[in-house]
Structures are given as structure tokens and as C-alpha cells.
Design a protein around this ligand. Structure first.
Ligand SMILES: [Zn+2]
Length: 260
């Protein structure tokens, strides 16, 4: 199989998505992995000999909050030192020039690469790593500058603070779910996600049942692959720029024609 055997699938994907008026992009770990962000869900990985899946739990934090914070501070630094890739920047272009309507981007990634790529309104289904929030009251603060908030008690109530990530066993934030549910998409692009969390996981299936297009970009086959309109077997950073170019080039040309 040649390196760009996926290119014919991109033309089919673009043809399927071009008439959508409300396109939902669901982005998973693969999108961030392409930027060098290590994934850990289901990885079986260790950090200082601790299974990372145990660190990212309410129980792990209750047992040793400083250990969990050390891991999160290290992850924050890793993310801060990474840069958005061309696939993530392409999503910004898609939002700005999508021919038929609106594009909403929701992600299970806790990093800020999509925001730094310029994407407008990123819905974080698994929280945001750079937020530090109170374990007791509703206070939260942006801690991306120097982790200073992570070393202090809650400024409002004095309780212990925790990372803004959603841990194993915790529910997806209700505001994020409401935003996605209220968007009422008529098409979906699933990028770098092998297993979506419920209830978001049912969105692509429901769209297919109603005859709407669902396109998947993933180098590996996933449980969704059998059901989608079109699967693009490629990395997000390779496939997204080509797909976005096909979807937006006519719009960009038209805008340029009006200006000149
Ligand atoms: Zn508090």
C-alpha cells in the first residue's frame, strides 16, 4: 500500500460532507498524538513506576495529591512545549471557510493545542489540563503561566485544588454535553478517536441512522469504521489539510474574487 493510498477516500469524504450545514468535529487522542503529546488512556503506561491510569482517578488523588500534581505539572510543561500541527490549524480554516454553515469542534483531549491553532470555541469533553479548580466549591483559574495556583489552597474557600482534567470514573461536564447536544449536527467528522465516550459516542450512529454523513480519519480501523460513510486511513496531520482544502477552496476563491 503506497503512502497516499488514502487520497481517493478524501475526495469521497469531501463530497459527502460538503452539503452539511452544521458539521460536528469529534477529535480524540490521535489528533494530539500527531503533535507529540503522549496519550495515556488505555496505554498501560507508567510514570515513576505508577500506572498512569491510577494517577488520573479521584482515588489516586485522595491517596497522594502531591504525586498526582507532580505528574500533571510535568504533563502541562510537555504540552506547553508542543506546537499545533497543520491538521489542527486546518480545523481553524474549516471553521472560517466551511461553505454551507457552521463547524463545532469537540474533543476528549485536555490540552490547548486546538485553541492555540486558532479554533474558535473548543468543547472539552474531558476537561482542560491548564485549569486548576477547587475540589469543594466552584472556583477555577487559568494556571498555564507557571502552575502557581496548583501550589495554593482555593482562594475562595481554602479547600485543596485539583487539575481541571476529567478523571476515570468521573462524568463528562454537563455544559460540554449540552453544547454538543444543542448544536444539532447534520454531519460528523471523527478524527483520531478509537473509542468515543458515551453519550457522545451515540451521535455518529444516530446521524447515520438519519442518513447524514459521518467521516472518520484514523490510521487504524475502529468500532465506528463499519458504520461510517467513509473512512480515511491516515494520520490526522496528513489527511486533515487535504480534506479541508477540498472543502474550502471554492469558498476561499469566491471571497478572493469579490475582494479584487
Ligand atoms: Zn473552593
Amino acid at each position: 500500500m503506497s503512502d497516499d493510498a488514502w487520497r481517493p477516500a478524501i475526495a469521497r469524504a469531501a463530497a459527502a460532507l460538503t452539503s452539511c450545514r452544521r458539521l460536528l468535529v469529534l477529535a480524540g487522542a490521535g489528533l494530539s498524538a500527531d503533535a507529540g503529546i503522549p496519550t495515556f488512556r488505555g496505554s498501560g503506561g507508567l510514570w515513576r513506576n505508577y500506572p498512569v491510569e491510577e494517577l488520573a482517578t479521584p482515588e489516586g488523588f485522595a491517596q497522594d495529591p502531591e504525586l498526582v500534581w507532580d505528574w500533571y505539572r510535568e504533563r502541562r510543561l510537555q504540552i506547553a512545549a508542543s506546537q499545533p500541527h497543520v491538521g489542527q490549524r486546518a480545523l481553524t480554516l474549516l471553521q472560517q471557510h466551511f461553505p454551507a454553515g457552521q463547524v463545532l469542534v469537540a474533543t476528549t483531549n485536555e490540552d490547548d493545542l486546538l485553541e492555540r491553532a486558532g479554533v474558535n470555541e473548543v468543547v472539552h469533553l474531558h476537561g482542560e489540563i491548564f485549569l486548576t479548580r477547587c475540589t469543594t466549591c466552584s472556583w477555577q483559574g487559568d494556571d498555564r503561566l507557571d502552575n502557581a495556583l496548583s501550589f495554593l489552597p482555593c482562594p475562595r474557600c481554602g479547600a485543596r485544588v485539583r487539575p481541571g482534567s476529567v478523571w476515570y470514573g468521573e462524568a463528562v461536564p454537563i455544559a460540554a454535553l449540552q453544547r454538543v447536544a444543542g448544536f444539532d449536527p447534520d454531519g460528523c467528522l471523527v478524527v483520531g478517536s478509537s473509542c468515543l465516550v458515551q453519550p457522545v459516542a451515540s451521535i455518529p450512529l444516530e446521524l447515520r441512522l438519519h442518513g447524514h454523513p459521518v467521516v472518520e480519519i484514523n490510521p487504524e480501523a475502529t468500532p465506528l469504521s463499519e458504520l461510517v460513510t467513509c473512512s480515511i486511513r491516515a494520520l490526522a496531520k496528513d489527511a486533515l489539510p487535504v480534506l479541508v482544502d477540498l472543502l474550502t477552496s471554492a469558498t476561499v476563491r469566491e471571497q478572493a474574487r469579490r475582494v479584487t
